[in-house]
Design a protein around this ligand. Structure first.
Ligand code: NAD
Length: 482
């Protein structure tokens, strides 16, 4: 049997085995075969990594660096990622099955996040306070928090780590990252670049392994000052309870059931393409997937026709082929989940108009057809629950009041899309929808400058933009009696 590539963990500037010496396999979703093995971390490894990060925060040269010096290192890391973008993209495609062309696009854009935060490094400052007491002077300064724990899911390991890593480092924190057990490899490749960039030992650490025990030990460790979590709501509840032991600060980037709304005056071709890219990009495994398409009754049939016509031509297959439009799902469990949701959709009276099964022409790989359901209302489970895969629910609406009510009839509050020519109406609806991000006549656009985040079951806190700097810093107020 072919020897599998082996990935160790990165603790205190060294590549190490786990304290148990054990490894677990990671699978290629396109072939269903194990392609690498990853060190299986333990609670002792977590403690070692957190202690190293704590020591680096207080006592290493990192602790004494100026903001500008930290900015230079973060910029250097961005440059190294740009140099190695294609290789990083290939590893992520191997591990989670996302299209290589989508991954190349995403990874080639990641350096912009590092450059953005590096550029902010020397613009972070406190303020003087106009104190209303005679002979008193007061000012605030910005301080880092300490050890940050970053926990990420399998769908976009590099991008979702970048959103945490770049601002946390610029702020002067140290970090322990736990990637998903399904997709650890691309992050470990990125950490090789952290090492090359010259960050002091202990500033960035990675402990690989499972939610239990690694994620659990990390989020309950008394030296962790902030937890940045992206993942599902069940894990989030557990982490919130863990954080209560030490009052670690938290940001939770969770799921969504995002509406993509098409008004009768929209450019219908653009809207149809936006809906398709919004739900079938990354095979629907995106927190902001536009999984509910609401079409105005006057243009319902026209848009449906465009959707079905284009979706029936989507080329599913090998994610490494340049002309493939949809790759496999990341895990076998995901495939079973799609099949379950299709059964639920049919039982609840949804009309399956496209897909709903594994493609017949592919013998291997965790592939699932792009699937479209029509519904008369927004009440069934598949229109309410996050499916996290290529399943779209299409629902008609009559007017502005009804669509606001329908769009908000979910416990999530992450993202929304609006397709309309009447910009005044688009503004009104954008304001009324409960979501952290609203895209008008576009969908899934990202930029380092624009923060993302949600409310309700989608979590709290913001990643990206200047807001993220504040999430990783605290103000100190100094009073001086002159
Ligand atoms: P998950 O919650 O199962 O796992 C996420 C991470 O948490 C993994 O690293 C896992 O090992 C870890 N984990 C699991 N149990 C834990 C515990 N008890 N304590 C500490 N850590 C634990 O989620 P997933 O299946 O990997 O990802 C899918 C979910 O992520 C979806 O709900 C999706 O919407 C969400 N997501 C959100 C965003 C966003 O930015 N809002 C982005 C991508 C994915």
């Amino acid at each position: 049997m072919k020897e599998l590539r082996k990935y160790q963990m990165y603790i205190n500037g060294e590549w190490v085995d786990s304290s148990s010496g054990e490894y677990f396999a990671s699978y290629n979703p396109a072939t269903e075969e194990a392609w690498c093995q990853v060190a299986k971390g333990t609670t002792e490894d977590v403690d070692r990594a957190v202690q190293a990060a704590h020591h680096a925060f207080l006592h290493s040269e990192w602790a004494n660096m100026t903001f500008t010096e930290r900015g230079r290192l973060v910029r250097k890391l961005g440059e190294l990622i740009a140099e190695h973008a294609d290789a990083l993209a290939e590893v992520e495609t191997l591990d989670n099955g996302k299209l290589i062309r989508e991954m190349r696009g995403q990874v080639n854009y990641l350096p912009e996040f590092f450059y953005y935060y590096a550029g902010l490094a020397d613009k972070i400052h406190g303020q003087t306070l106009p104190i209303d007491k005679k002979d008193m002077f007061a000012f605030t300064s910005k301080e880092p928090l300490g050890v940050v724990a970053a926990i990420t899911p399998w769908n976009s390991p590099l991008y979702l780590t970048t959103l945490k890593l770049a601002p946390a480092l610029i702020a002067g924190n140290t970090i322990v990252i736990k990637p998903s057990e399904m997709t650890s490899a691309s992050l470990l490749e990125l950490v090789k670049l952290v090492e090359k960039a010259g960050f002091p030992s202990g500033v960035v650490n990675v402990v690989t392994g499972f939610g239990m025990p690694v994620g659990d030990a990390l989020t309950s460790h008394p030296l962790v000052r902030r937890i940045a979590f992206t993942g599902g709501s069940e894990s989030a509840r557990h982490i919130v309870r863990n954080s209560a032991q030490n009052f670690a600060q938290l940001s939770l980037e969770l799921g969504g059931k995002s509406p993509n709304i098409v008004f009768e005056d929209a450019n219908l071709d653009n809207a149809a393409m936006g809906i398709i890219a919004g739900i079938f990009g990354a095979s629907g495994q995106s927190c902001v997937a536009g999984s509910r398409a609401f079409l105005h009754v006057d243009i319902y049939d026209q848009v449906m026709e465009k959707l079905v016509d284009r979706v029936s031509k989507i080329k599913i297959g090998d994610p490494f082929q340049a002309d493939t439009e949809m790759g496999p799902l990341a895990t076998h469990a995901q495939l079973e989940r799609m099949e379950q949701y299709v059964s639920i959709g049919l039982e609840e009276g949804g009309k399956l108009v496209h897909g709903g099964k594994r493609p017949e022409h592919l013998e291997k790989g965790w592939y699932f057809e792009p699937t479209i359901f029509e519904h008369t209302d927004n009440k069934s489970r598949i229109t309410k629950e996050e499916i996290f895969g290529p399943v779209l629910s299409v629902i008609p609406f009559k007017d502005e009041d009804e669509i606001i009510q329908l769009a908000n009839s979910t416990d999530y509050g992450l993202a929304a899309g609006i397709w309309a020519s009447d910009i005044a109406r688009a503004h009104r609806v954008a304001k009324a929808i409960r979501a952290g991000i609203v895209w008008v006549n576009t969908y899934r656009s990202i930029s380092p400058i624009a923060a993302i985040g949600g409310s309700g079951l989608s979590g709290y806190g913001r990643e990206g933009g200047y807001e993220a700097i504040n999430e990783y810093m605290q103000d100190k107020t100094v009073w001086i009696n002159t």
